[in-house]
Design a protein around this ligand. Structure first.
Ligand SMILES: CC(C)(COP(=O)(O)OP(=O)(O)OC[C@H]1O[C@@H](n2cnc3c(N)ncnc32)[C@H](O)[C@@H]1OP(=O)(O)O)[C@@H](O)C(=O)NCCC(=O)NCCS
Length: 329
């Protein structure tokens, strides 16, 4: 009997309507379109406006459209893994909240926190439930309302982040397609360079933490850049080498969208030519867990059954990783 792989059988995404352009940011902080474009590749990002809306509200339209596309009901889902750095609340899990909103009565679920690498960590863990035979339908969501932890007085970070969400369905595949290999890494010594200072158990919220704006993402951009640019490229090359893949074997490189220069470095290191590198950073900025599933959604029509895809990410923590998968439809 051939090995069961966990294959993506449907993908969908959602970005909110409001477009925050570089020009609007120029009116908020001391920056300019030329600086942002050359340093990051970002032109605009989406922002979820509206009182009382959180990351689960980005996921609902993405998941409902995905289920419709696949022709299944929410009750058929076995497991929901919600990869996010901006959960609706500290507890309960956003996966729970989403299950209720979409009417998934038979699924259990949990949130997964690995910053910008979260979606890859979620794919890797979700695939285990399929490969083991435990589950038949696993929903993996990557989404963030980054605007909820972005300091719009800090020009070094507010230009980068945006809101967005993507979701994939994992199902068993016995044709040799699906998730073939993954290499995932983490290094907690990276904490000082990218983190949220307050709001966790180390430093719960107080008037002082709010006044000091410590509930936003804090980043030392240059340090993060140095790690990201080497780690993401190295791990993508490593997963290719381990699977005897040459650059010409790769149909698509799907990099986390943090910075166009980091994406270019990963493409150069793997030898994948620019026409096979998926980039939409100019429209959405860094949506953290959302970047890779949003790329898969936007490029879905171009993928062919059996295409070799290399996914690669780097995130706060530090976390990083790469997944090799064969597209299944
Ligand atoms: C954040 C980032 C775009 C900054 O680019 P950079 O080239 O490293 O820029 P620096 O931080 O060295 O700043 C260079 C100068 O631009 C200034 N600057 C910072 N943000 C600016 C902005 N939005 N507009 C104009 N100038 C800005 C700095 O103050 C600094 O000025 P100085 O030289 O007078 O001190 C870049 O470091 C980066 O992308 N880092 C990785 C981010 C990342 O991947 N994060 C998520 C991980 S998943």
């Amino acid at each position: 009997m051939s090995k069961i792989h966990a294959a993506i059988t449907a993908v969908h995404g959602y970005v909110p309507d409001y477009i925050l352009t570089n020009q609007e940011l120029e009116t908020m902080v001391d920056t300019n379109d030329e600086w942002i474009t050359t340093r990051t590749g970002i032109k605009e990002r989406r922002i979820l406006k509206g009182e009382g809306l959180g990351t689960s509200d980005l996921a609902v339209p993405a998941v409902e459209a995905l289920l419709k596309k696949r022709g299944i009901s929410a009750n058929e889902l076995d497991l929901i893994i919600f990869c996010t750095t901006t959960p609706d609340r500290v507890f309960p899990a956003t996966a729970n909240i989403l299950a209720d909103k979409i009417g998934a009565k038979n699924a259990w679920g949990y949130d997964l926190q690995a910053a910008c690498s979260g979606f890859l960590f979620g794919l890797a863990t979700g695939s285990q439930f399929i490969e083991s035979g435990k589950h038949k339908k696993v929903l993996v969501i990557g989404g963030d309302k980054m605007s909820s932890i972005t300091n719009y007085e800090d020009r070094a970070t507010c230009i980068i982040f945006g809101d967005g969400c993507g979701a994939v369905l994992l199902e068993p595949n016995d044709e040799g397609n699906g998730i073939i290999d993954s290499i995932l890494r983490s290094d907690g010594s990276g904490v000082p360079y990218l983190h949220q200072k307050a709001g966790g158990s180390v430093k719960p919220a107080t008037h002082e933490t709010v006044d000091a704006r410590e509930h936003f993402a804090y980043q030392e951009g240059q340090a993060v850049f140095k790690f990201a640019v080497t780690k993401m490229a190295d791990v993508a090359a490593e997963v290719m080498e381990r699977n005897q893949l040459q650059s010409e074997d790769i149909a698509w490189l799907v990099p986390h969208q943090a910075n166009k220069r980091i994406i270019d470095a990963t493409a150069n290191r793997t030898g994948v030519t620019a026409d096979k590198v998926i980039i939409n950073i100019e429209k959405y900025g860094n949506t953290t867990n959302g970047t890779i599933p949003l790329c898969l959604w936007e490029w879905e029509d171009k993928f062919k059954k059996g295409d070799n895809l290399i996914l690669a990410a780097f995130g706060g923590g530090f976390t990083w990783g790469s997944i090799y998968l064969k597209w299944a439809y």
